[in-house]
Write a protein that binds this ligand. Structure first.
Ligand code: CA
Length: 236
């Protein structure tokens, strides 16, 4: 099957440079120079990945992302934003992008992110990865008992869903280590799970609401901007 990438970017220089690097990952890169073209192409053809600039003449990137997600739930989308305030919009609106990069970004980073998304899509056909492990984990006020699947905060039991528990255990087992959202999807959700990175974000947010003293300023599950999340090492 031919693997094609759609790149929706109105800045010609960026589009050409990005296309040059994305071409290594697929059979063909198609550039759309405005939002109207981008939306039409996104919905009318099959794409292994859509790389979508936020600011576009015509329909903007967020709107394209939403419309695509509505019709093609599992279409991989990588969003490009110009500044962190736009990133907030992308995240805040739960646009459904799988990953995002803030401009100026390195084309190598773009290629790496695109490769990771494509690899994950390929891996969706594989078997889930189980990571059995045991032994209680104590991290500051939080205590995790994997064998009983129990979590306590200051000695009080905390109700977590199965996935929240797995996510917390995985992060807490590797304090200080930074995980990309794609890593967490592979390692916690497992290969074969049809999840995307916004799934990780929303689980992290729910987990924070349950264990963080101040969920809006997390001290345990820390965001590493542009990369992912880590469990604060200082707690151990
Ligand atoms: Ca633009």
């Amino acid at each position: 099957m031919t693997r094609r990438i759609l790149l929706v970017e109105d800045e010609q220089d960026i589009a050409e440079l990005a296309a040059l690097h994305l071409e290594d990952l697929c059979d063909d890169v198609h550039i759309a120079n405005d939002g109207n073209d981008g939306l039409r192409l996104a919905l009318s053809q099959d794409w292994a990945l859509i790389v979508l600039d936020l600011r576009l003449p015509g329909v903007d990137g967020l709107e394209i992302c939403r419309r695509v997600r509505r019709e093609r739930q599992y279409q991989p989308i990588l969003m490009l934003t110009s500044k962190s305030s736009e990133l907030d919009r992308v995240l805040g609106l739960e646009s459904g992008a799988d990953d995002y990069l803030t401009k100026p970004f390195s084309v190598l980073e773009l290629a790496a992110r695109a490769r990771a998304i494509l690899r994950r899509v390929d891996a969706l056909r594989g078997a889930p990865v189980a990571e059995p492990d045991s032994g209680a984990i104590a991290a500051g006020p939080v205590s995790i008992d994997p064998s009983r699947r129990e979590v306590t905060l200051h000695g009080e039991s905390v109700e977590l869903t199965a996935r929240e528990f797995d996510l917390l255990e995985h992060l807490a087992r590797h304090p200080g280590r930074v995980f990309r959202r794609s890593d967490l999807l592979d390692q916690v959700w497992g290969y074969g799970h049809e999840g995307y990175e916004h799934t990780v974000n929303s689980h992290i947010n729910r987990l924070r609401a349950k264990i963080e003293p101040d969920p809006s300023h997390p001290s345990m599950i820390v965001t590493v901007w542009g990369v992912g999340y880590k469990f604060a090492a200082a707690l151990q």
